[in-house]
Design a protein around this ligand. Structure first.
Ligand SMILES: Cc1ncc(COP(=O)(O)O)c(C=O)c1O
Length: 338
């Protein structure tokens, strides 16, 4: 089965990651990493702090971004309080709010001809009305693929001073650190969440991290790891960070393959493929053909995500695979007769 339904990276981790596992001395696993004797959490938080130029105690590590998002909600959302989420967004945001008795309220996002975009005035209007404890912004957003540019993000942050703002960057298609460092320095209520799952192709190693604004000390205390992190996962993450060329090449291939998706699937009558900054594309397909297409693709051992949200009933989200896999998907879909 070709899995293109969970936004993983089918190119696999960098060769240096394989080397980490081949050369690891497993007897080391008998012991905690002794980084705590140096007053830090571990070698990975130390490296991320140095890369992003922020103090090590404002870096938190988690079992995937998923874990960090959940802990953040548990820390800052009381029963009956409000969490804002984009109208089209990952279902998990609403789930973790409901787990603590919180309310999720949506803010609008605009569906244009060939791309989705954030609606800044719409977001701020809902924020003024709802006085949320937490605002989630996902950039690029899952499942719509659009980003919020840093200028607009700053405008939003300037007006959202009394909420905790969670910027979920799980799908950033680069390793840029500059604007993140500036943002967490300027906005004390901001938390930027990233992961090694997508760009770095390490979803199974479950490594996420976040950078915290200076007012989020409670979350830092809540999440700090006093006995260190997972030693093998740290090694994998460090090897991935040391392999920028490998990942840049994959990102470039994916950018080219997205153009093929826009052109090829976009030319099928009734199909519309939205521009994406992430490792997946969202397409609107002719109403009523979803079930048949899903069955047809599964017969060809291709799994993509057929959306079930009320606003996205005729939409399919396709994770980018390797160039060869993408060609296979495009050929299969072009040969489909509704
Ligand atoms: C928007 C978004 N954030 C975070 C995650 C979770 O990432 P991780 O694998 O680091 O838990 C996902 C996973 O699909 C996602 O879609």
């Amino acid at each position: 089965m070709l899995y293109l339904d969970r936004n993983e990276n089918n190119y696999g981790p960098a060769p240096a990651c394989f080397e980490v596992l081949r050369t690891s001395d497993l007897t080391q696993l008998s012991w905690y990493d002794r980084s705590f004797t140096r007053g830090i959490q571990g070698v990975l938080s130390e490296r991320l702090a140095s890369d992003f130029g922020i103090p090590e105690d404002r870096v938190v590590l988690g079992y995937g971004a998923e874990n960090i998002l959940k802990q953040t909600v548990r820390c800052y959302l009381r029963p009956g309080e409000t969490l804002l989420v984009p109208a089209y967004s990952w279902w998990y945001y609403r789930k973790i709010a409901s787990e603590v008795g919180g309310r999720s309220v949506e803010y609008p996002m605009v569906q244009g001809e060939d791309r989705f975009s954030y609606d800044l005035p719409g977001l701020l209007e809902v924020a003024v009305r709802e006085q949320p404890s937490i605002v989630f912004i996902s950039s690029p957003n899952n499942p719509t693929g659009n980003s919020l540019d840093v200028g607009d993000l700053r405008s939003a942050l300037a007006r959202l001073r009394s909420s905790v703002v969670v910027l979920d960057e799980a799908y950033v298609f680069h390793t840029r650190t500059d604007y993140v460092r500036d943002l967490v320095q300027e906005y004390p209520n901001l938390i930027v969440v990233r992961t090694f799952s997508k760009y770095f192709a390490l979803a199974g190693a479950r490594i996420g991290f976040a950078l915290l604004g200076s007012n989020l000390g409670i979350l830092a205390t809540h999440m700090h790891r006093y006995l260190g992190y997972h030693r093998l996962s740290e090694g994998l993450a460090l090897a991935a960070l040391d392999s920028p060329g490998y990942y840049k090449e994959i990102a470039e291939k994916m950018e080219r393959d997205k153009l093929a998706y826009y052109a090829e699937l976009g030319s099928i009558p009734g199909w519309r493929v939205f521009r994406s900054d992430a490792n997946f594309v969202l397409a609107e397909i002719p109403a009523g053909c979803g079930e048949k297409l899903q069955h047809y693709l599964l017969e060809r051992e291709i799994a993509v995500k057929f959306m079930a949200e009320p606003l996205l009933r005729s939409h399919v989200r396709i994770t980018l695979g390797t160039t060869e896999e993408n060609g296979r998907v495009i050929d299969a879909i072009k040969a489909f007769r509704p």
